[in-house]
Design a protein around this ligand. Structure first.
Ligand SMILES: [Zn+2]
Length: 176
C-alpha cells in the first residue's frame, strides 16, 4: 500500500480537532473533587502553539470570576507579561458568558471558538442570556466568534454522571 501523507488540518477541521483535545483534557476534572464542564485553551492563531489552558475554578478558588475563559486569559497574560492576546485564539467548551466574552474582547483575542451554547449550559446551571456574538458585535474591538463546534461532544461533559451529581450541589442551580 502506498504511503499516505495526511494533509495538515485547516479551518473547521482544525477547530474541531482542537476542541476534541480540550474536551478530553477538561473531562479529567470529572474524576476529581471539583468536576467542571468548562475548560478553555489559548493557542497562537498562526502556529497553533498552546499558550495556556485552564478549567473553571469558581469553587476551588472561591472566586465567582474564575470562569475557565477569564482564568485562561488571566494566566496567559501573566505568562506573556502583557495585557494583549492579539495573535491568539481561544477555544472553550462552552460559549463564553458576557463577562468572559467582554474580557476576551479587552484582551484583543483574534478568535473565540466555543463548543456548547449558553442555552445548552442553561439546562444544567444558571446563565446570563446574552449571546457571545452580541457582546462582540457591540464592541469596538474585533474578535471572530465561532461555534458551536463539537457541540454534542462538549455536551457529554455536562451529562456525565459525576457532573450531574456535582450540579445538584451547586447552590446557584436553576430550580426547575
Ligand atoms: Zn464566563
Amino acid at each position: 500500500m502506498a504511503l499516505r501523507i495526511s494533509k495538515p488540518l485547516r479551518g473547521a477541521a482544525l477547530d474541531a480537532e482542537r476542541m476534541r483535545g480540550l474536551v478530553a483534557w477538561t473531562a479529567r476534572t470529572l474524576e476529581t473533587e471539583h468536576p467542571v464542564p468548562f475548560g478553555a485553551e489559548i493557542v497562537h492563531t498562526k502556529t497553533g502553539e498552546r499558550l495556556m489552558r485552564a478549567t473553571n475554578a469558581v469553587r476551588k478558588e472561591n472566586d465567582p470570576s474564575s470562569h475557565a475563559e477569564l482564568r485562561t486569559v488571566r494566566l496567559a497574560c501573566k505568562k506573556l507579561k502583557g495585557f494583549s492576546l492579539k495573535g491568539y485564539t481561544m477555544y472553550t467548551t462552552c460559549e463564553p458568558c458576557p463577562m468572559c466574552m467582554a474580557n476576551a474582547l479587552w484582551a484583543n483575542l483574534d478568535r473565540v471558538v466555543f463548543g456548547t451554547t449558553i442555552a445548552d449550559a442553561n439546562c444544567f446551571c444558571n446563565q446570563i442570556q446574552i449571546p457571545a456574538t452580541e457582546v462582540a458585535h457591540r464592541s469596538d474591538m474585533k474578535c471572530a466568534v465561532v461555534g458551536p463546534v463539537e457541540q454534542a461532544l462538549c455536551l457529554t461533559l455536562f451529562t456525565h454522571p459525576n457532573m450531574q451529581r456535582a450540579f445538584r450541589t451547586w447552590s446557584s442551580r436553576k430550580k426547575k
